[in-house]
Every structure is written in structure tokens, then in C-alpha cells.
Design a binder for this molecule. Structure first.
Ligand SMILES: [Cu+2]
Length: 646
């Protein structure tokens, strides 16, 4: 591909910036040093080896070419006794500088576990007997999906690291198993002992046998009128990449990646009159949860925390030019650690490219007929992860008018369950005879470490209010805004309010614009989702972040994950509810904004057998960050051409 830019593999590259993800050599060294200092023996597993991001002051003080501070965060556990340890490794001094036992937590479900669960279940005689009761004897065709177990206070599950499972049947290797749910059969697998703890058999439904395949290998007829569509950038893209730093027109940012959060953006800023103005110190998906609404047959346990329980970075795809991304592409590889502490690479895990997105601005002078119009384009930074039946695509968009959009694209296959033919489901939609897809939600939490013109920011809630009719509003048309500074962490747990057209502004405490107002960005909640889980339900306790669209915290470097560092089988209360109990003050200090948003998913037949992309997201728009439209200097599409003078 002439306009493609090959992925840079950083196998041997040394880190050049304190925020660069760990190199493979650093991953290997961190594991070796931890093992040498604190060997846990044959049961030792590495949950995580990742960059321990340096303090903001160290990043700001860093000069290119200077030595980098480099530290790894390591989470290791002993699968023979379930003990979990955290270490910090100084990779400059080659020493373990911190080691502590973390009691009563469980590491996330590892890639090894995902493979193990099916093998263990299929080998279990009780599981085979339950399948035999359903008339299934070809055990090799049974697909066992590993689900996080949650925490339901069951005595035999206490103290174990578990996977709960649901099963499907494949008529052959490539068959879409989700068309054939094996209803009512759940194995509870002890991951560390590699054994089935319990079979929960809630009773069978008839196995739906109709094939519902979507893959190209199964399809012979395609619509005939799709002509080639090529994106041509004859002079190449307008961005420049140096290591992990991206420069695109006036935007500057750094691309990071880790096993848990996947794509991370650092040091997002906008160059304005030769001055780099910070907007965001760091942005990453802090957690997500997918609560399902069916109360019975094991389905009540479906509520995956795909970031904290599995790691959305671990599950990232290798993206393909012309398929996942179109145009002049720059890919970034991701280096992660396996459970033995060995580095491995997900090639082309992050895609960087530009897209034309219609018009940026336009006006026709009514009296002269002169037209001025500019094409809009955006910089796209994206990554796609496959989490079992679903795909999640994280797409960041940077626009020429200073706005930033985040879009989560959800696609893949809806999770299915069996239902007797002809029965009307109470908690799902029939998507194929004998197959239902349960009602559910996907609720994401984005952690936005804001830095609008400096680290000292405040959050202002902006409601629009209608004035009562009266002498000051004789025609009843008046409405105005009411601004409230969110003073502390308890006061800053806020829902959306449709009737107030509510949004939130993040204002600088350090800069004002030429109009005398604090410079600011506004957070527009584009996809708020109400919660239907009872406040006392296990999932609402564990995913408290989903109950408010806005949380704001005083910055603390260890507070990264909305549901806590260890949500797997947690009892709840960790993360945002725990930190905000301190009710720290938030005005004109270093703050972090946490935005919950999502998809309320009442499945449609059109979501099956593979779901077209549906999206959720939010926007950050400059709101007095500039003194005027910052995109006046975007040139017309063709220089010298007066655009369409009539
Ligand atoms: Cu869904």
C-alpha cells in the first residue's frame, strides 16, 4: 500500500519519554527482578507488568534526550494460595523498591484462564452428564465462555478465584455458536485449582439448531453495486509521529497503552499562537460494566467489568489496513506481559489516521451571494477489543475547532440464551427461533485528568432555567443559565438533567480569555444511561460509578479505576465511593473528572447474527478557551478557488 506507513516495532527501542509504555526489555527485567527478590515459587503468576507513570512534575520537567525516570508496577499472585502482591520496580536502578501483600482481593481473569475454563469444564463428568441430559454428546463442539463470577456471597465460592460460564454449541469449527445456546447450564470453575467447583443446572430448553452464520466464508451472495472507495492523500497524512508523540495541525498528544485500560492518551494540548496550552493530562477508560436484566437461570450473574476483570488492552485486536482503518495509517504496536512475565506484542493495536467529516463551517452572504465554506477533518486515534461475544472500539476524535469527541463503537454478537419456541420472553428479545438476547446495558466510565490551561481547575455545573412569567418576563420566552461551582467531592456526584439541558464546564483557575472569563472546556454528556439495577444489588454496589454521570475527585496518582483496582469478585464500595467519602475540596486545584455514559440495549432482531455498530460517547468542547472560532485559519479546500460563488 503506497500510502500506508508500516507499524514501527519497538522491540529493541529504548524508552525516550517518561510516559512511553514499557519496552519488552523493561517488562522482562521487571519480572526477573521481582522474581529474584520475592519468588513465589511454582504458583507465581504475573497479573500485570506495566508502566508506573511518573509524577506530573517529573513529566513536565523532562527534557528530550535526558535520562527518563522509569518504574514498573507489577501485580503478581500465588495461584496455590491466592495471595496477591504489588511491587514497584525502579528500572533505572534495577531494584524492587516496593513490595506489599494486598489482602482479600483477586486478580483479574488472565488470558491463560480464558483458555483453561473450557478445557476444565469439558473434562468434568458432571458437566458431560448435564450435556448428555440435553442430548449433546459431541463435547468438542461445546463452546464454553468464561464469565467473571461476581460476588453473591455463596459460601463455597468464598476465597477462590472463579469463572462462571455459559455454553453454546457449534455445528462445526466456524459456526456461530451464539445461534445455539445451551440453556440453563453453568459451570463454576476454580481457576487456580483448575477444577469445576460446581455445576449449576437450571434445566434445559430445546437446543435451537438453525444456523445463523454471518461470516464471509458462509455467504455466497453479496450486493452487487458497491464500487471501490479509496482515500487518497497524495502528500501523505498531515500528522507527524515521533516515538509516541503525535502532532496534528495544532493538536499535540501522546499515545499510551496498557493491558487494563487499553488506549491511554497523555499530555493532550493545543498550540495556540506558538504557545502549547494543556487541556488533558491523561484520559483513559477507567472501567465499564454490562449489567443484564434477567433475574434467573444463572443469568443474574451476567455483569462483566470488561476493563477491570479482563483488561480491554489484553483483548485488543491487531488492526488491518483497508479493513479496520482506511487512508494513510500509522499504527502503534502494544507490548504486554504474559502470566510468566514474558513480553508479547499485539501488532498494530492502535490506529492513527485522518478522516474527512463534512463541513467545518459555512456561510453564504445573503446580499452578495459569496460563499465561504471549509472542509472539516479530524484526527482519529482508535483501538478495538474483542471481549467474548462483543467488540468494543474506542475512538478518540480531535477536531480543527478545538473539540474532542470520544465514541465507543459496540459491535460483535449479542449474548444469547435459549427460550422455548413460541414463548414470549419477559427479559429479552427473540432474535431467532428459540434464541433470545437479554436486555442489558453497557456503562463506561472515562477518567479525564483535566488540565485546562494548567493543573488548577474547577468544575461548574451549568443548568438552563426558564423564568416565571411576570413583569420581568411578560411574554414567557425568557430563559437563562444558572452556574454552580461544584465545591467538594460529595457535591460533585451529579446526574444529567434533561430539563435543565445540563452540562459541566471545566474552568482554568489560572487563565482568562480576552473577554474576561476563565478559559474553559465543557463536557457534553451525549449518552447518559439511567440505572435499572437496584441500589442494593450486587452490581450496583460494585459499579457505583454507573449511578451518576459525573464524579469529580481531587487528583491522587493511585486513583485510576472507578470500581477500584481489584473489581474481580469484589464486594463493592471500592473506587469512587471510597475515595469521595473524604469529600475533598475541588475548587481551583488539580482535579479529575469521571464521566459515566453508555448504551441502553434492548436488542433488536437486526442485532443478530452480528450487530451493526452502535455508539455511545461524549464531547469536550472549548467554551471560552479561545476568543473566537479557532478554525478561521483552515484553508479553503482548493487554494485560489472561491468556493462555489453563485
Ligand atoms: Cu449490547
Amino acid at each position: 500500500m503506497p500510502d500506508s506507513v508500516a507499524a514501527e516495532t519497538r522491540t529493541s527501542a529504548a524508552p525516550r519519554h517518561p510516559l512511553d509504555p514499557l519496552t519488552p526489555n523493561e517488562i522482562r527485567r521487571a519480572a526477573t527482578l521481582v522474581r529474584a527478590a520475592h519468588d513465589l515459587g511454582a504458583g507465581m503468576m504475573f497479573e500485570t507488568i506495566t508502566l508506573n507513570e511518573p509524577a506530573k512534575e517529573a513529566v513536565q520537567a523532562f527534557q528530550p534526550g535526558a535520562a527518563c525516570p522509569r518504574e514498573a508496577f507489577v501485580c503478581a499472585f500465588d495461584r496455590r494460595n491466592g495471595k496477591v502482591f504489588e511491587a514497584r520496580v525502579d528500572l533505572v536502578a534495577d531494584t524492587v523498591v516496593g513490595w506489599r501483600h494486598v489482602p482479600a482481593v483477586r486478580p483479574r481473569i488472565l488470558f491463560d484462564d480464558i483458555m483453561l475454563v473450557g478445557e476444565v469444564a469439558r473434562a468434568d463428568p458432571r458437566f458431560r452428564a448435564a450435556l448428555a441430559r440435553r442430548g449433546i454428546s459431541d463435547i468438542e463442539n461445546v463452546q464454553v465462555d468464561p464469565w467473571s463470577a461476581g460476588n453473591y456471597g455463596l459460601p463455597d465460592e468464598e476465597g477462590r478465584r472463579l469463572s462462571h460460564t455459559f455454553c453454546w454449541y457449534r455445528s462445526e469449527k466456524h459456526d456461530n455458536g451464539y445461534a445455539h445456546p445451551i440453556e440453563g447450564l453453568c459451570a463454576v470453575v476454580d481457576l487456580d485449582r483448575a477444577e469445576v467447583l460446581r455445576i449449576d443446572d437450571y434445566g434445559a430448553a430445546e437446543l435451537p439448531r438453525a444456523n445463523r452464520n454471518y461470516a464471509a466464508r458462509f455467504r455466497t451472495v453479496f450486493r452487487p453495486d458497491v464500487k471501490p472507495f479509496e482515500v487518497v492523500q497524495p502528500e501523505g497524512p498531515s500528522f507527524a509521529v515521533d516515538g509516541n508523540e503525535v502532532r496534528w495541525q495544532k493538536w499535540r498528544l501522546r499515545v499510551g497503552f496498557n493491558a487494563r485500560e487499553g488506549l491511554v492518551l497523555h499530555a493532550v494540548g493545543y498550540e495556540d499562537q506558538r504557545r502549547l496550552r494543556p487541556v488533558l493530562h491523561r484520559a483513559a477508560l477507567s472501567e465499564m460494566v454490562v449489567p443484564y436484566g434477567h433475574p434467573g437461570a444463572g443469568h443474574f450473574r451476567k455483569n462483566a467489568f470488561d476493563v477491570g476483570e479482563y483488561g480491554i488492552g489484553v483483548l485488543a485486536n491487531s488492526l488491518k489496513l483497508g479493513c479496520d482503518c482506511l487512508g494513510a495509517i500509522r499504527y502503534f504496536d502494544a507490548w504486554l506481559s504474559d502470566s510468566k512475565g514474558e513480553p508479547y506484542c499485539i501488532e498494530s493495536a492502535v490506529c492513527l489516521h485522518e478522516e474527512d467529516v463534512g463541513i467545518l463551517w459555512k456561510h453564504t452572504d445573503l446580499f452578495t451571494g459569496e460563499v465561504d465554506v471549509r472542509r472539516s477533518r479530524r484526527l482519529v486515534v482508535s483501538s478495538i477489543s474483542t471481549v467474548g461475544n462483543y467488540e468494543y472500539g474506542s475512538f478518540w476524535y480531535f477536531h480543527q475547532d478545538g473539540s474532542i469527541h470520544f465514541e465507543m463503537k459496540a459491535t460483535g454478537i449479542v449474548n444469547t440464551a435459549g427460550i422455548a419456541p413460541g414463548e414470549q420472553p419477559a427479559f429479552g428479545t427473540v432474535v431467532s427461533p428459540g434464541v433470545q438476547a437479554h436486555y442489558h446495558q453497557h456503562i463506561f466510565n472515562m477518567r479525564l485528568d483535566m488540565a485546562v490551561d494548567g493543573e488548577r481547575n474547577r468544575v461548574v455545573e451549568v443548568d438552563t432555567v426558564a423564568l416565571p412569567m411576570g413583569p420581568d418576563n411578560p411574554h414567557g420566552n425568557a430563559f437563562t443559565i444558572r452556574e454552580t461551582v461544584l465545591q467538594s467531592e460529595q457535591a460533585a456526584q451529579r446526574p444529567v438533567d434533561f430539563n435543565a439541558a445540563r452540562f459541566w464546564k471545566i474552568e482554568s483557575a489560572e487563565q482568562t480569555n480576552a473577554l474576561g472569563r476563565p478559559t474553559a472546556y465543557k463536557l457534553l454528556p451525549l449518552s447518559p444511561v439511567p440505572t435499572f439495577s437496584h441500589p442494593q444489588s450486587s452490581v450496583a454496589q460494585r459499579a457505583a460509578f454507573m449511578t451518576r454521570q459525573l464524579w469529580v475527585t481531587a487528583f491522587h496518582p493511585d486513583e485510576l479505576h472507578a470500581a477500584g483496582r481489584y473489581p474481580n469478585q469484589s464486594q463493592g464500595g471500592d473506587g469512587l465511593p471510597a475515595w469521595t467519602a473524604a469529600d475533598r475540596p475541588l475548587v481551583d486545584t488539580d482535579i479529575v473528572v469521571w464521566h459515566s455514559f453508555g448504551l441502553h440495549h434492548i436488542p433488536r432482531p437486526e442485532d443478530f447474527p452480528v450487530q451493526p455498530v452502535i455508539t455511545a460517547g461524549f464531547a469536550l468542547h472549548p467554551a471560552g478557551f479561545f476568543n473566537e472560532n479557532p478554525a478561521l485559519d483552515v484553508p479553503p479546500a482548493k487554494s485560489g478557488m472561491s468556493c462555489c460563488v453563485r
